[in-house]
Design a protein around this ligand. Structure first.
Ligand SMILES: [Zn+2]
Length: 120
């Protein structure tokens, strides 16, 4: 018995299972082609989420910067209002995390269809 990753949800599954207990995908009926397709779909989904996350963080950063600009009499005066500062800080960190996540998806893990061999 071996522990493998489900090609659909990527959770740990015993190789004795014919159906994934997490997402109910039929493991034994999947061809190599189906598995690659599922992995690619999951990868695309993660890239999509990472991209959205980056843009959301960037939006927070911009909103925070505008808030700070409009709160002061002469533009960006020190110290920034606390909520604006929090938005900027969270936006900056979130953006970096999002970009790092994307980089990791593209380089660290590689696209599933370029991966050599199979995890099954
Ligand atoms: Zn699954």
């Amino acid at each position: 018995m071996a522990i493998v990753n489900c090609p659909n949800c990527d959770k740990k599954v015993s190789s004795q299972h014919s159906v994934c207990p997490h997402c109910k995908v039929a493991l034994t009926e999947l061809s190599e082609e189906d598995r690659k397709h599922l992995q690619l779909e999951r990868w695309k989904d993660q890239v999509y989420r990472a991209t959205n996350f980056s843009y959301l963080a960037l939006t927070a950063l911009i909103v925070g910067a505008l808030w700070w600009w409009m709160a002061g009499a002469g533009g960006w005066v020190m110290p920034p209002p606390i909520p604006a500062f929090v938005l900027i800080a969270m936006g900056a960190v979130g953006y970096l995390v999002g970009r790092g996540w994307l980089l990791w998806l593209r380089i660290g893990r590689g696209r599933p269809d370029r991966r050599k061999g199979s995890r099954f």
